[in-house]
Design a protein around this ligand. Structure first.
Ligand code: PEP
Length: 246
């Protein structure tokens, strides 16, 4: 596993060109924070401009369509994302799974499409609160990994997994460090069973209400290789607070 923590900001459906100043400030600070790998996933409309403004950090997309192109009004292909200057794409975010009915098979198809054009992928998994309360969290996440992870040759080297319990996203609630560690260990075991020894080097991010004041503790949990950050990535100040804690 890479020694450098990977901190990725997901801007979701936030941001117009006025927000590029935040990306610029994050990028400037990234120069001083070389011990951390930093990336932003702005909305599609800002990928190209973010890439131009920010030369040190990674820039990615929040989703892609699985098809190479065609009659899919309003959708964006992996090749278009690559052409706009992105280096990675997030797939399977729980908001996509919930709002757009995306299945594990859809997520895998998107991931494989992204890999086919040379993008890296962050595959998101995570249980709902009801599933956790029912004691099903690890089984749900294992099933999502089995169904969503790309299987193409060489995929393992380009994949990051983000564990994001649905009930922790945007709520200010987080699992305990012990629960995060237990889930990340279970994800690691599943990655090794699916990808063989190479699964040991896949980065596993934690996501869900990571803030500057809890990042240090959450990132110290077992097998946590970084964070996927939503709300707290929207300003350079809070995002850099997390980067500094990593
Ligand atoms: C996310 O949406 O990926 C996320 C982790 O959001 P937040 O940090 O706002 O909980």
């Amino acid at each position: 596993m890479s020694e450098r923590p990977y901190i990725v900001g997901n801007w979701k459906m936030h941001g117009t060109r006025a927000m590029l100043s935040e990306a610029r400030a994050i990028d400037r600070a990234a120069e001083r924070l070389m011990k951390v790998e930093v990336a932003l996933a702005p909305p599609f409309t800002l990928i190209h401009a973010t890439r131009k403004e920010a030369s040190l950090i990674g820039v990615g997309a929040q989703d892609c369509h699985a098809a190479e192109g065609g009659a899919h009004t309003g959708d964006i292909s992996a090749a278009m994302i690559k052409d706009s200057g992105a280096g990675f794409v997030i797939v399977g975010h729980s908001e996509r799974r919930a709002d757009h009915g995306e299945t594990d098979a859809d997520v895998r198809a998107k991931a494989e499409s992204a890999l086919s054009v040379g993008l890296n992928v962050i595959v998101c998994v995570g249980e709902t609160e009801a599933q956790r309360d029912a004691g099903e969290a690890e089984a749900v996440v294992a099933r999502q990994l089995e169904g969503s992870l790309p299987q193409a040759d060489g995929a393992v080297a380009k994949v990051t997994v983000a564990y994001e319990p649905v009930w922790a996203i945007g709520t200010g609630r987080t699992p305990t460090v012990e629960d995060i560690g237990a889930m990340h260990r279970a994800i690691r075991a599943k990655l090794v069973s699916l990808y063989g020894e190479d699964g040991a080097s896949v980065r596993i991010l934690y996501g869900g209400s990571v803030k500057p004041d809890n990042a240090g503790v959450l990132l110290a949990a077992d097998e946590v290789g970084g964070a996927l950050v939503g709300g707290a990535s929207l300003t350079a100040e809070s995002f850099l607070g997390i980067v500094a804690a990593a």
